[in-house]
Design a protein around this ligand. Structure first.
Ligand code: LMR
Length: 408
């Protein structure tokens, strides 16, 4: 008998990764995966983007070493991501008030940022939207931070319930972290307006709160510039902030673990001090970041032709998701006779939430072989022109009646 392990209560599988495993194990041929957020093309594949493939070919021919890069990783990558997020004219960058670290994915950036929160304020709590990405909850728990929730969606209007959100955030204490999602909110697809971002910046500055912006779907909503305008408005309004950036979705680099943590401070000296803590945390967690994905991104963003090819492909992915949103809304309206699915077309990015209670999502999985997490979130990019009508047909019976009636 083991001294320690026998006393451990097993943890439930991660909400999204558990679903991914269950989908793989399901022998039914008609199964449809609308679970984990992975972009798929019309054939259901997640191909390597053309610019990525070309960058990899160049790297294969030109790379001469695999020696360590250092705690910040590829500094060309960091500078290119900073420029996309802060803009070429950013005062904070020009003043030397921004430092960046390449990280193992956006999640690595969030981990370092949340650990750093403990260095800023030992009692600091993390405020996240309700609902949010389940791994935000896990990150707070695993780093020993208390998680608080702020209201997010107004069920009546389908927009952000900004007054309710602000009411909740007024309970935040100096030193708390306000975790905000950049474009394409996960799981709702409902985003803050640039005015709301600017307001939040002023609010965080006034209340001595540290914003942490999670940017995981840059380019999937309104394009690269349109998507980041709100984040920039916040960064302009607040002296100190952190941004966790993921290249998993917009560069399709899921398994390469390519992310970046950016820290903006009020003065270059503060940022330099902050950087020593970020380096310290990174060193303990993973020592140095992986380099391959960052080198790919740096190669693409540093070359006009590759950059254009990447943007064109990203634009096509966004247009495809938008078209699938329109088709799904029309198909659901046709199947259910309800006229309230138009909001799907106004939402952004890969995700939207359908009004399905957790136990109903389980029924949908068992009876219809359609996989979606308990939140009722669907991965729009998991649909195709071929499956969209079929998905609507399978989901319709569960959407027609409120959950209580559907159950009975
Ligand atoms: C998702 O929410 O499905 C994606 O962000 C993938 C993940 O790691 O959970």
């Amino acid at each position: 008998m083991s001294a320690f392990l026998s006393g451990l209560a097993p943890r439930p599988a991660d909400a999204l990764l558990g679903l991914m495993a269950a989908f793989r194990a399901d022998p039914r041929e008609a199964k449809i995966d609308l679970g984990v957020g992975i972009y798929r093309d019309e054939a259901g594949e997640t191909p390597i983007m053309t610019a990525v493939k070309q960058a990899e070919e160049r790297l294969l021919a030109s790379e001469t070493t695999k020696a360590y890069e250092g705690p910040q990783g590829n500094t060309d990558f960091c500078a290119a991501i900073e420029e996309m997020v802060f803009g070429a004219q950013s005062e904070a960058r020009n003043d030397g008030r921004v430092v960046s670290f390449a990280t193992p994915g956006g999640c690595g950036a969030l981990f370092v940022a949340i650990m750093f929160a403990g260095r800023i304020s030992a009692e600091g709590r993390i405020w996240a939207s309700d609902p949010t990405w389940p791994n935000h909850v896990n990150l707070a728990r695993s780093t020993g931070r208390e998680l608080k929730s702020y209201s997010y969606v107004d069920a009546e209007t389908g927009a952000v319930d900004f007054p309710a959100m602000m009411d909740d955030l007024r309970e935040a204490r100096p030193g708390d972290i306000v975790l905000l999602q950049g474009p394409c909110h996960n799981p709702t697809g409902i985003d803050l307006t640039p005015e709301q971002w600017a307001y939040l910046g002023d609010f965080c500055a006034g209340q001595l709160l540290m914003p942490l912006v999670d940017v995981a779907y840059h380019g999937f909503g309104a394009g690269l510039e349109g998507d980041i305008a709100g984040v920039r408005a916040l960064l302009d309004a607040v002296p100190e902030a952190m941004v966790a950036y993921s290249c998993s979705k917009n560069f399709g680099l899921y398994r390469e673990r390519t992310g970046c943590l950016m820290l903006q401070g009020g003065a270059p000296r503060d940022v330099a001090a902050g950087a020593t803590h970020l380096a310290d945390i990174a060193r303990a967690a993973y020592s140095m970041p992986p380099s391959h994905g960052a080198a790919i991104v740096a190669t693409i963003l540093g070359d006009g032709a590759l950059r254009k090819a990447w943007q064109d492909e990203l634009d096509a992915m966004r247009a495809r998701m938008q078209s699938l949103r329109e088709k799904l809304a029309a198909a659901l309206e046709a199947e259910t006779g309800r006229d309230d699915f138009a909001s799907l077309t106004a939402q952004n990015g890969m995700f939207s939430q359908l009004p399905l209670a957790p136990q109903i999502t389980e029924l949908v999985r068992l009876q219809q072989a359609v996989y979606l997490p308990a939140s009722g979130r669907i991965n729009i990019a998991g649909l195709s022109d071929e499956t969209v009508a079929e998905v609507a047909r399978r989901l319709a019976p569960y959407l027609t009646a409120p959950p209580e009636e559907a159950e009975g």
